[in-house]
Every structure is written in structure tokens, then in C-alpha cells.
Design a protein around this ligand. Structure first.
Ligand code: OOG
Ligand code: MG
Length: 255
């Protein structure tokens, strides 16, 4: 039987809370892009009803490496809550996730309420700082397989993230080497130019897309620009380090 968007949101939220994978929701239900974002919003409303706070957004599929790894080719955005944030050097418990993966990212800290579109030239002036980051993604779908609508409904696989130190946004952001190491071995290397040619473009698109969906990113919020490399599976005992040229390293261990 067809489910309402609210019912689908509940299933996805329960799957995340119970760390149990479910079937892709688009297999039984015809879901439009607008439905998918409505489901995402409804599932986040449940998190907020439990006391979580939305502190930013993450962009997804901003690099070819990610689009190819996941077989999806359009920009997506999902919400980040305070409960998803860990501090540099923290441990995460693998049991709270289904099949987590980690990826190296760049984060922005917004300086203004983003109530109108911005240009690439304006983007650096719109942030207090930039930082390296690790994003942990965890699809709530079996085998980490989904359509574009499925993954948007599932809050773009958001699970956890860690930020490095904030730096003033004075460097050329388009040519920074990025890497993700697991247990001292480099798992993936890339360049920040893999993120839409320039990570600032991801901020431009984040503002455009959120406005399209009637949301205004607020001063103090975080925007994750999207991974420059494919994601790697992580397991108990792993030490994950993301390195971004000029932005230092970020550490996370997995228990
Ligand atoms: C969706 C999330 C994509 C990114 O950085 O491109 C993403 C997924 O791969 O499950 O976070
Ligand atoms: Mg990501």
C-alpha cells in the first residue's frame, strides 16, 4: 500500500534510530523530488521534536568521484543537527550506524543570513571561516543503494561529522590537496577542484537550492561542501584522518 510522506519519514527516522536498513522507499511509492525534500523535512522535524537542533546543511554529489561511486548525478542537500557533530579526536560508536562510510570534506561557517542568491565572487565574503572536515555517511537503505529521491528523503545519508580548526577564508580554495587516511594509510586522495571546480561553488549552490526550497541558511550555520573523493567503509578500531592542504588535519576514531 502506498505510504504518505509522513509515514515514510517515520520509517526512515526509525531506521536511523534502530540502525537497521530498510528497502528503498521509491520501490513501493512514486516519489517526486518535492516529495523527497518534504519527507526529509518531516523526518528532521521528528529529530527536532526529540530535542535536536539544525545547525547547518551538507551538500552531496558535488564531485564526479561521488556521483560515479553512487550512480547518481545531481546536487542534493541535507540537514545537519547538533547531535551529528563530534569534536576533533572524538570516537564514534559503530553500533549506532548501519554501514558507515567516511569522506574528506571542506566546511564553511556562515557570516550572514543567506536570504538571497550569491555569486562565486561574493562567496568568500559570506563566511567567517573555512575548515577541513570528516563526514560520516550512513544510508538507511539496504546495500547503500538508492535513487536520487530515496537519498534525499533519507537526509542525504547524513550521520555524523567532525570539523577541524576554523581558518580565515583568505587562501585559494580551488587547488587544495585533500586526503582520507585509515589507520595511517591513505585510502583516497583528491583535490578541492573536484568539488564543482571550486568549493565556493558548492556554497553558491547551497544558497540557491535552500532558497528554492523556501529555507534561509542562518548566520552561524555550517555548510559541508561535499566530498572530493569516494567514501570509505569504516569499522570498529579504525582511526580516520582527513587532511586538507592549509587547513590541517581532522581526526575521528571508531569504537
Ligand atoms: C549521499 C551523500 C553524498 C557527498 O559528499 O557527496 C555526500 C551518499 O553518498 O550516500 O555526502
Ligand atoms: Mg558528504
Amino acid at each position: 500500500m502506498k505510504q504518505t510522506n509522513t509515514e515514510i519519514a517515520e520509517r526512515l527516522d526509525d531506521a536511523a534510530m534502530q540502525a537497521t536498513a530498510i528497502k528503498q522507499v521509491s520501490q513501493k511509492n512514486k516519489i517526486s523530488l518535492a516529495d523527497a525534500y518534504e519527507i526529509q523535512e518531516a523526518s528532521l522535524r521528528r529529530r527536532c521534536d526529540r530535542g535536536e537542533r539544525i545547525i547547518g546543511i551538507k551538500m552531496g554529489f558535488t564531485s564526479k568521484a561521488k556521483m560515479e561511486q553512487m550512480g547518481v548525478n545531481d546536487l542534493i542537500w541535507g540537514r545537519l543537527t547538533d547531535k551529528m557533530q563530534y569534536q576533533d579526536g572524538d570516537s564514534i560508536n559503530v553500533d549506532q550506524f548501519i554501514h558507515p562510510r567516511a569522506e574528506p570534506e571542506i566546511a564553511f561557517l556562515l557570516r550572514y543570513n543567506m536570504d538571497k542568491p550569491i555569486t562565486l565572487e561574493q562567496a568568500p565574503g559570506m563566511v567567517y571561516g573555512v575548515a577541513g572536515a570528516i563526514e560520516v555517511i550512513d544510508s538507511r537503505y539496504q546495500n547503500f543503494k538508492f535513487s536520487l529521491e530515496d537519498v534525499i528523503a533519507d537526509n542525504c545519508s547524513s550521520a555524523a561529522f567532525v570539523l577541524g580548526q576554523w581558518y580565515r577564508p583568505t587562501m585559494d580554495m580551488s587547488t587544495l590537496d585533500m586526503s582520507l587516511s585509515v589507520n595511517g594509510k591513505i585510502a583516497h586522495e583528491g583535490q578541492s577542484s573536484a568539488i564543482l571546480g571550486n568549493p565556493w561553488q558548492s556554497l553558491v549552490d547551497a544558497v540557491r537550492l535552500t532558497l528554492e526550497y523556501g529555507q534561509v541558511l542562518k548566520e552561524g550555520m555550517i555548510v559541508l561542501a561535499g566530498a572530493a573523493t569516494p567514501a570509505v567503509h569504516i569499522k570498529s578500531g579504525d582511526n580516520i584522518v582527513a587532511g586538507v592542504d592549509q587547513l590541517g588535519t581532522v581526526n575521528l576514531s571508531v569504537k
